[in-house]
Ligand binder design. Structure first.
Ligand code: ATR
Length: 272
């Protein structure tokens, strides 16, 4: 019997995780199976328990269950604890370990795949929801000169600033107050792209040679990446690299072997 893993969420039909993990296991010769589980909105815990009883060794968790996954974990890694969100569960006989590999995925994509240095740079993170919280600690571990969190509801950005200021230099802002400031990295962690919208970002924020990074992806450029391109930014990245890297980190935690991500990113990359 191959070892059993799954991604759980709602909706789940369009998840690319089964494809990604099938490629990783083929590439590394791991004897495992990885499936997708659709849980009803109020049925997360029972679905996880059932999967565990069937011999499941680990799970990826996606929208809308990342907070619930945090709550059912018997132990959390620091990065999952500060994010208050779990995207990776590791089961053993007496324990459910909750981890969060999203931020590691983002940082690996920026630093290793795209070749940018975060240390000493000015980073603007747009959004103050779960997606933003999940990447703050790994970004701050690279010691940017300043990490500014901008959010439509500025109070939420202020709360994150307070929570994370012990990990590095963090500021918070609304969008209008960004006028006159420049950033080397502008990262979109809002859900605005999902509805074809754009945060009200002043175009003057992009420094020369800046990287515009959208944690979302789709076919073609997201509205944020189109905006950045229209305002002269040449380094553009969507969230495909982050998606594959966070999966690779989960895979390494489960199997103790790190797969090659580049060929899988190439397979998934939509025609831009
Ligand atoms: P997620 O888990 O994807 O982060 P979330 O917790 O609902 O989802 O957070 C969504 C984030 O996107 C929030 O920061 C939200 O801003 P508000 O806190 O002001 O609501 C942001 N967001 C969503 N749509 C947006 C838009 N059209 N313009 C700017 N920010 C937007």
């Amino acid at each position: 019997m191959p070892d059993l893993y799954a991604v759980i969420g709602n909706p789940i039909a369009h998840s690319k995780s089964p494809f990604i993990h099938a490629e990783f296991s083929r590439q590394t010769g791991q004897d495992m199976r990885y499936e997708a589980i659709l849980a009803p909105p109020d049925g997360f815990t029972i679905a996880v328990t059932t999967f565990r009883q069937c011999g499941g060794k680990g799970m990826n968790v996606t929208v809308p269950f990342k907070l619930e996954a945090c709550n059912i974990s018997t132990r959390l890694t620091e990065r999952a604890d500060v994010a208050q969100a779990v995207n990776t569960l590791i089961f053993d006989d007496n324990e459910i370990l909750g981890d969060n590999t999203d931020g590691d995925g983002l940082v690996r994509d920026i630093v290793i795949n795209l070749g940018f240095v975060i240390t000493g740079k000015r980073v603007l993170l747009m959004g103050a929801g779960g997606a933003a919280r999940g990447v703050l600690l790994p970004l701050l571990e690279h010691q940017p000169r300043m990490l500014t969190i901008a959010n439509r509801t500025v109070q939420k950005a202020r709360e994150l600033q307070q929570q994370f200021s012990s990990y590095g230099s963090v500021a918070s802002s609304d969008y209008a107050d960004l006028v006159g400031q420049k950033f080397d990295f502008v990262i979109n962690a809002t859900s605005a792209s999902l509805s074809g919208e754009l945060p009200p970002l002043p175009p003057s924020v992009f420094a020369a040679e800046s990287l515009a990074y959208d944690m979302m992806y789709g076919s073609g450029l997201t509205p944020f990446l189109q905006f950045a391109q229209q305002h002269g930014v040449i380094h553009l990245a969507d969230g495909i690299g982050m998606l594959v890297e966070q999966a690779a980190e989960s895979f390494s935690l489960w199997r103790g072997v790190r797969p090659e991500t580049e060929p899988v990113i190439e397979m998934l990359r939509p025609e831009l």
